[in-house]
Design a protein around this ligand. Sequence first.
Ligand SMILES: [Zn+2]
Length: 205
Amino acid sequence: MTITETGTALDTVVEPGDGALLTVPAGGRLQIVDLQGNQAVDTLLYDAHDIDNRYSAFDTIREQRAVFLTAGSRLLSTRLDELAVISDDTCGRHDTVGGACSQESNVIRYGEHTRHQHACRQTFLWYGAQAGIGQRQLTHNINFFMNVPVTSGGDLRFDDGLSAPGRYVELTASRDILVLISNCPQVNNPCNGWNPTPIQLVGWW
Ligand SMILES: [Zn+2]
């Protein structure tokens, strides 16, 4: 799915394994709805006018002094510009340290037999190409609705999700941004409840 026109309200469903590249103008609102629950939505943000000015998990975590994302989180860029704010959130917690799945990481984690399985990195490259986003522009991402608890010992786990059918997160763009989405097809860990499902994207601008 590809929508890049501005001035157009958006309401579409994205199947697991598919993605989207959206241009959201400053002040525009984008809701991502977890239609059936426990579905990870891997997301990258870019300054629409300079794709080298892109979402930075490190800067976002440091400046908000918290590891998880939720309502009020300011999503910062590598140049410390505010790309968007999470303006509403009925899930309550989102990950930005777990990264996106790739065929290579699947092989290392889950075995050679998973090499053929479609992964988020491929979706990012497929849709990103339309805006000149290549491998060099793919870095740490946001995983909306994904549950990656950090233990008191500092360990990460990929756990069963906290989300539920119909829960949503809403971004309000602080400047003109590109939103690159992969609706995660991962079936080898519980990030999608072992069963990837569709999401809905609703936009107002
Ligand atoms: Zn994935």
